[in-house]
Design a protein around this ligand. Structure first.
Ligand code: HAM
Length: 398
């Protein structure tokens, strides 16, 4: 949650996010607050507030954050989603643009997504953008009647945003519109050219997309998006760009910056389409402690806690059920072992361990040796049983 003003100032009043997608409310102190509709401005706000930005050095941060946008829900477009993002503050060198883009591409590649497309543009800077906006306005004005109501509004409020329109009528008209790339000042032109050289040197394929302006006003120069051919209309699995004026807008020293945000849910959708399984942790219990009788139920509270303290995944019964019912539950949960504790075991300070995989054998073990035994017989990370070392003295059969 942030003060609403932060987003008005940085994302821009004429953007869709600010004009219709923010969850904004007044708090008890009569302040206007907003659930963050993106991660970058809050990160910069925090970095400035906590003095993390030191002139002459580069600050690199990452975040995994919940993002809220009041959007029309559809596949891949949610009112609450997760973004994994990075921001690099302090350098205006196009080499760091290349590094940041490379990092995003590597992230997807390591997950197994290698058919995504990198779309690249430059949105210029406050030096060259006015001339471009002039050209865009001159082009759009005589064609306004044929455009959507939304774009007529954007024309008046924030003409650059006309290029964000998803309306096919607008898109057809704007296809022929003047492009930012044709209006870049020499410094922005040079930045864009050098970035493209670095990308080629890193063997990162890209498509230049002159209409890519992204939905946020803070971008300068580099703007990029990564789209997957496996998704429908909401096909951007990540996006980012440079924002050389943002730190100053947030009250910090003049500091260039660049970053990206990756949409977790969309990445998961792509992985599912590709049939790539997630490395899921084995959630099955190492042991199900099955107490029989009132005294045992009381005694195992301590046993369960102490096994958990040692890092073991433990389940037990709190319903006072029969052994048969407990074994059924243990089996349903996929417990590797069941440690049965009845009156007899209590008296002798042992448990009767039932092997729930393989032999189904029962063995008796002193409580003091239980954790050691269970550790030696743990499943590996991928759920397989670690074979018992030869040296392991076989527990005596009960
Ligand atoms: P963004 O393009 O608005 O950029 O969002 C980044 C990514 O979040 C999108 O590419 C998409 O994968 C995902 N995403 C966005 N909206 C939704 C939604 N409603 N439902 C599901 N996924 C969604 C930013 O927010 C910038 N802060 C990124 C950035 C960081 N630029 C510089 N640094």
């Amino acid at each position: 949650m942030e003060s609403t003003e932060l987003f008005l100032r940085t994302i821009g009043a004429g953007t869709d996010i600010v004009s219709k997608e923010m969850f904004t409310f007044t708090d008890r102190g009569n302040r206007s607050m907003t659930l963050r509709p993106e991660g970058t401005a809050p990160v910069i706000r925090a970095a400035v507030e906590h003095g993390l930005i030191a002139p002459g050095s580069v600050l690199k941060v990452y975040y995994i954050a919940t993002i809220y946008r009041y959007e029309h829900g559809q596949k891949g477009r949610y009112r609450e989603h997760q973004q994994t993002g990075v921001e690099a503050l302090g350098s205006g060198d196009p080499a760091i643009d290349a590094e940041v883009i490379h990092l995003a591409i590597e992230f997807y590649r390591l997950l197994g997504i290698d058919n995504a497309e990198l779309q690249l543009n430059s949105v210029g800077c406050p030096e060259c953008r006015p001339a471009f906006l002039n050209a865009l306005v001159r082009y759009a004005e005589p064609r306004l009647d044929a455009m959507s109501a939304d774009n007529q509004r954007r024309f008046r409020e924030n003409p650059l945003r006309m290029l964000d329109s998803k309306d096919p009528r607008d898109q057809a008209i704007l296809q022929e519109a003047p492009t930012v790339l044709d209006h870049l000042c020499p410094a922005c032109r040079d930045h864009s050219d050098r970035l493209q050289e670095y990308l080629r040197a890193l063997a990162i394929a890209y498509t230049l997309k002159p209409t890519l302006v992204r939905g946020l006003d803070y971008y300068t120069r580099t703007a990029f998006e990564i789209v997957s051919p496996l998704l429908g209309s909401q096909n951007a699995i990540g996006g980012g760009g440079r924002y050389d004026g943002l730190v100053e807008q947030c009250g910090g020293p003049p500091t260039p910056g660049i970053g990206f945000g990756i949409g977790t849910e969309r990445v998961l959708m792509v992985l599912e389409q590709l049939g790539i399984p997630l490395p899921i942790e084995d959630e099955r219990p190492d042991v199900f402690v099955a107490p029989l009788g009132e005294a045992a139920r009381r005694a195992v509270v301590d046993l369960v806690a102490s096994l958990r303290r040692k890092g073991m995944a433990v389940e037990t019964d709190y319903l006072g059920r029969s052994l048969k019912a407990q074994l059924r539950t243990a089996s349903k949960l996929g417990a590797r072992w069941v440690a049965m504790v009845g009156e007899d075991e209590l008296a002798r300070n042992v448990v009767t361990l039932k092997d729930m995989e393989g032999s189904g054998q029962q063995v008796e073990i002193p409580v003091a040796e239980l954790d050691g035994f269970l550790f030696r017989h743990r499943r590996t990370a991928n759920g397989e049983q670690i074979p018992t070392p030869e040296s392991e003295p076989a527990p005596e059969s009960a």
